[in-house]
Design a protein around this ligand. Structure first.
Ligand SMILES: C[S@@+](CC[C@H](N)C(=O)[O-])C[C@H]1O[C@@H](n2cnc3c(N)ncnc32)[C@H](O)[C@@H]1O
Length: 264
């Protein structure tokens, strides 16, 4: 079945939770021991939040951010006017030079499942020995926030429209599958998994969080007159799944999978 083709992102909405979204990039970067790479590329740089960390860690490197979203790149260029950014689709991207660090925070979950490992392997193969490919992907396919999107989609008057649009992303590969596929290209593979527990003001804040990411393809696939009903149904499911905490707020559990691949 054809997968959902995205409309453009909204960088401002995405950065409403900028600290929380950038924290895993910081933790991924901390595991890269290369001190002075010549060439660094931020794959799926978004609004430049991950690129900013790379620029600070590697001030003497040649750094480029690549992304397929004009809106994200517009913000990235404003935030980091001295960094080079380019509109690029990772599905077809082939580097024409040796890259010492490929970095990618929260991007590969947006690429169709069957393409993810082949793209990583293709880019790794192009890298020199001793270089790094580091990435992080949310592993929240089975979390209530995402299960509720699929349930809402399947049960409302919009079910046929959404079944045809196919807006749900696929789950990320297991650490074992990643290791088996990529170890042959690597001298060392460092994989870990972290659960973040984001304390948000209320259930609507969970919707705000996902509405610029995972929920966006569902809502964008609907005709205007069905969007409100869809969001109300989704909110009811979120209210049932996330019990209010002692202070009335809610806890958004957010698992993420990390990998730092050392090219053999
Ligand atoms: C969740 S944002 C991550 C942004 C940033 N790296 C961060 O650390 O927050 C995902 C980004 O991946 C980009 N993206 C998704 N699919 C892509 C593709 N096929 N090629 C290039 N960029 C892509 C999106 O446009 C978006 O900016």
């Amino acid at each position: 079945m054809a997968s959902y083709k995205s409309a453009d992102w909204n960088a401002t909405k995405y950065m409403q939770f900028g600290d929380e979204r950038t924290r895993p990039a910081r933790e991924l970067l901390a595991q890269i021991s290369l001190t002075s790479p010549k060439r660094v590329i931020d794959l799926g740089c978004g609004p430049g939040n991950s690129t900013e960390l790379l620029a600070a860690k590697y001030p003497d490197s040649r750094l480029t951010g690549l992304d397929s979203s004009p809106n994200m790149l517009e913000m990235a260029r404003k935030v980091l006017p001295d960094v080079e950014f380019a509109l690029t689709d990772l599905s077809t991207y082939t580097p024409n030079e040796e890259v010492d660090v490929f970095f990618s925070n929260a991007v590969f979950q947006w690429i169709p499942g069957e393409q993810r490992i082949p793209i990583i392997a293709r880019l790794l193969e192009s890298q020199p020995s001793g270089s790094i490919f580091a990435f992080q992907v949310p592993d929240n396919f089975m979390e209530p926030s995402h299960a509720a999107m699929r349930e809402t989609a399947a049960e409302g008057p919009w079910a046929a429209t959404l079944a045809a649009a196919n807006p749900a992303r696929e789950s990320v590969p297991s650490p074992q599958v990643l290791y088996e596929a990529l170890k042959p290209l690597c001298s060392h593979v460092n994989i870990w998994h972290t659960y973040y527990y984001h304390i948000l003001e209320n259930h609507r804040a969970i919707i705000d969080w996902v509405s610029s990411t995972g929920l966006r393809p569902f809502v964008e696939s609907l005709p205007e007159d069905q969007k409100k009903g869809f969001l109300e149904d989704y909110l009811k499911r979120i209210e049932k799944s996330y019990m209010p905490l002692v202070d009335g707020r809610v806890m958004l559990t957010y698992p993420r999978l990390f990998a730092v691949l050392h090219r053999a």
